[in-house]
Ligand binder design. Structure first.
Ligand SMILES: C=CC1=C(C)c2cc3[nH]c(cc4nc(cc5[nH]c(cc1n2)c(C)c5CCC(=O)O)C(CCC(=O)O)=C4C)c(C)c3C=C
Ligand SMILES: [Fe+2]
Length: 387
């Protein structure tokens, strides 16, 4: 019987307060998270943004007990999935591959090789595909395969997204229904899907299918549930100054409050385990915003974790992937670009795309130089007595 390695992809999260800074650095150093025209700027900017954000993020992690539970939950999911697959007579071993914290993808791949697996199924723990999540992990795996002939020789099958999987929809429906039944008026409570956002340019310029998949997923869950409650979909966790997918969760909460909604059942739709953005952002921050908006009862649907129907869904995905023609990573990493983000590399005079791109690049370099000088206390502006 073939030995199957099931590689479960997730984001990773800092387990201790002192891990927050390095975790944020790893996240912002990823070009799939901050898309920059100049790759040389990636690391200095990652250092700068992570340094500026660490204290605020640490506060959030402190409020949920000092660290992310994501590793513990993902390890449990891996363990339960492995026994479900073995019960189905598949000789499977599960491996957890995090993108920005331990256990890193590189070490999971090393374990798969050391254990001499015959074949690998890559299964992201994100139901919907985004360039910034599954896409980033797929690209990393592609690079690891390019650099390592032994890993490249290992047959590999990738699952891209699985938000339409019937048992996943069933598991979501079971959890939402159980929470709706706790409402004072279950038929009137408003179902509020809160998805992790991405910058709008990911969808409109880089062709990220994330928004479309999130919207379809929310619709499919409501259709599967067969209850007549009204629902709203909004996007949370915006970072930085650019525009992200709309409506933003805080605005949508205000809108519903103004419309007279009194009971809300909040569904985290892009996550399958509890983490900082469910436990802190939804349970603490958005609960507060909702109360301010006049919403009296704020109920939150738990993340799937090791819900038995969900584990069956994951096992079905592995079984289906093994039964079908192998799908490689490139199928998902080569997205059709809608518009080229930086259309002209060559300088042109005049107020045109090219000058805007180059002005932007120069402004970014200048901004970075000033910030570095402010933080380090040394540089030409200090020498001239201007700082
Ligand atoms: C589908 C899920 C996710 C998408 C899409 C996503 C995109 C994305 N995220 C950031 C910035 C941050 N994300 C952070 C934490 C975080 N993000 C996800 C999932 C998605 N991110 C998870 C599961 C977690 C939590 C991990 C944990 O610790 O439990 C953070 C760190 C927390 C904070 O400081 O707020 C940042 C920053 C961007 C920029 C982005 C798309 C471009
Ligand atoms: Fe995120």
């Amino acid at each position: 019987m073939a030995r199957i390695g099931v590689l479960l992809l997730n984001l990773g999260g800092p387990e201790r307060i002192q891990d927050v800074g390095p975790f944020l650095y790893n996240l912002f150093a990823d070009p799939e998270i901050i898309r920059l025209p100049l790759p040389q700027l990636q690391k200095p900017l990652a250092w700068l943004i992570s340094s500026l954000r660490t204290r605020r993020s640490q506060e959030a992690y402190r409020s949920i007990g000092g660290g992310s539970p994501l590793r513990r939950i993902t390890d449990q999911q891996a363990k339960v999935l492995q026994s479900e697959l073995r019960q189905r007579r598949i000789d499977a071993t599960t491996y957890v591959a995090m993108r920005y914290w331990h256990p890193f993808t590189e070490s999971a791949v090393a374990d798969i090789k050391a254990d001499e697996m015959d074949e690998v199924v890559v299964l992201p723990l994100y139901p919907q595909f985004s360039i910034s999540t599954s896409g980033s992990s797929f690209r990393l795996l592609e690079r690891l395969r390019q650099d390592d002939p032994a890993f490249a020789r290992l047959p590999l099958r990738a699952v891209g997204s699985w938000y339409e999987q019937p048992r996943y929809l069933q598991a979501m429906t079971e959890l939402i229904s159980a929470t709706l039944d706790q409402a004072n008026a279950p038929d009137k409570a408003h179902v509020f899907f809160s998805a992790h956002g991405v910058p709008k340019s990911y969808v409109e310029e880089a062709g990220d299918p994330y928004q479309e998949q999130i919207e379809r997923c929310a619709r499919l869950i409501m259709d599967t549930m067969q209850r007549d409650n009204a629902y709203t979909l909004a996007y949370q966790s915006r970072v930085g100054p650019v525009e992200w997918l709309q409506p933003y969760t805080e605005d949508a909460l205000h809108g519903l409050g103004e419309a007279g909604v009194k009971e809300l059942v909040v569904v985290p739709i892009s996550f399958v385990g509890e983490h900082i953005e469910t436990l802190e952002e939804i349970d603490i921050e958005y609960r507060h915003v909702a109360a301010e908006a006049g919403i009296e009862n704020f109920l939150r649907v738990p993340a799937l974790g090791t819900h038995p129907t969900f584990i069956h869904a994951l096992a079905d995905l592995v079984e289906t992937s093994l039964a079908e023609e192998p799908v490689d990573l490139a199928t998902f990493t080569q997205l059709p670009q809608k518009t080229k983000l930086y259309p002209q590399e060559k300088w042109q005079w005049g107020w045109n795309n090219s000058s805007e791109v180059w002005n932007g690049r120069l402004a970014m370099l200048g901004f970075l130089a000033i910030l570095l000088e402010v933080l380090s206390g040394h540089g030409p502006l200090h020498a001239l007595g201007l700082l």
